[in-house]
Design a binder for this molecule. Sequence first.
Ligand SMILES: Cc1cc2nc3c(=O)[nH]c(=O)nc-3n(C[C@H](O)[C@H](O)[C@H](O)COP(=O)(O)OP(=O)(O)OC[C@H]3O[C@@H](n4cnc5c(N)ncnc54)[C@H](O)[C@@H]3O)c2cc1C
Length: 415
Amino acid sequence: MAVIVVGGGIVGLCCAHHLAQRGRKVVVVDRGGAEAPPGASFGNAGGIAVTECVPASVPGLWRRVPGWLLDPLGPLHLRPAQLPRLAPWLAAFLRAGRPERVRAIADALSALNSQVFAELEPLLVELGLAGQLHRVGALVLYRDEAARAADALEWEMKRARGVRAEPVGRAEIAELEPAVGPAMTCGVFQPDWAHVDEPGAIVRALRARLAERGVAFETGEASAVTRAEGRATGVELAGGRRLQGEAVVIAAGAWSARLAGDPVRLESERGYNTTLPDPGVEVGRELIFGAEKFVATPLALGLRIGGGAEFAGLEAPANLRRAEALLTLATRALPGLRTDGGRAWMGHRPATPDSLPVIGSSPSTPGLFHAFGHGHLGLTQAAPTGRLIADLVTGAPPPFDPAPFSIARFGRSAR
Ligand SMILES: Cc1cc2nc3c(=O)[nH]c(=O)nc-3n(C[C@H](O)[C@H](O)[C@H](O)COP(=O)(O)OP(=O)(O)OC[C@H]3O[C@@H](n4cnc5c(N)ncnc54)[C@H](O)[C@@H]3O)c2cc1C
């Protein structure tokens, strides 16, 4: 019998890849077919953000939130109608920002991120896409010293975990990235960061490679996990058809909570970007605007500018004005930027309140596994997640302690 993976985004496909490598029969179920990808994995910023080990919720963050919410170009947007529904997630988010919890989360994210290149590089070689990975670092930019100082805790926590973070001034910025204008006066260079040429191309190539290797793809909406004597036995698709399996992996991105089978807090953190095919500026590496919280990545398709965090659920239509707002900010930082001809996009980041993905076996249902909730880091962490899931499904020893990622951490409070 096969292992059934629900979700054909980058995380589900990496799980399928590692399971197939271990000789398991695999079926991937996705509601969109190969040509109709609805998930976050296709349009993201392409950053391999291995240095990002500090969670979104940190001590003192609440002091910055009102300013962000009031700024029409700000990085955070909450639709007021969503507040009652969001309240438990927001409460859990604030709880995750306690100092001792933040340290434990950062340690767990570091352990996962330390496995990224070891898993991603061979995968890209197998796909014939090794040349699409650029290990050229990323440059974090600030308007002034006060803005850089506001992130001091983040830099301190990263350095304490071995992340290389080199402060730079105006002269080094001009040398590293001449397209950055004088509005950005200081920054931090992170040599360990990388980016890819096009995240969607990796998803498409991986899907094609898996199909060649005998992984089956089913188009359909998984509506429930089926069980017998308490054990997962497969999934039921909308319309009633059932797929039988020896195990089920839920990797359905921001849509995973309904199928998880255990209490969890998961929200869609919507992000926006615009890809400019002819940006008129040369950018050599990913640029990260530290205070404004958006990035510009030089992809093969053009310069992709985006970010932001909008909490508006899975159903509300995209508000592409959020993408335009980020372009406005980008033109202030990159004076020669041409914004015509851009393609705007919105994607649902699967966000947990503690910024840790949910990876592990279900505490309540043998045979059910979780691989979702990667938030801002799903492209980065997909390959080691796939490896960990294959270890857990096959009973092999994992390369690091998976306990911090277990869904059990949500406990009864998330029912
Ligand atoms: C603007 C933006 C920029 C980002 N930039 C980066 C970045 O630079 N680096 C990085 O590492 N990450 C980045 N991310 C995050 C990253 O894109 C996500 O974390 C990642 O794509 C999540 O992958 P996934 O496979 O879990 O989910 P998805 O890609 O969303 O895939 C989930 C799949 O599950 C399917 N599905 C859902 N429910 C069902 C169901 N019931 N039945 C069948 N199929 C179902 C969906 O159709 C979808 O194809 C960014 C995200 C956004 C929005």
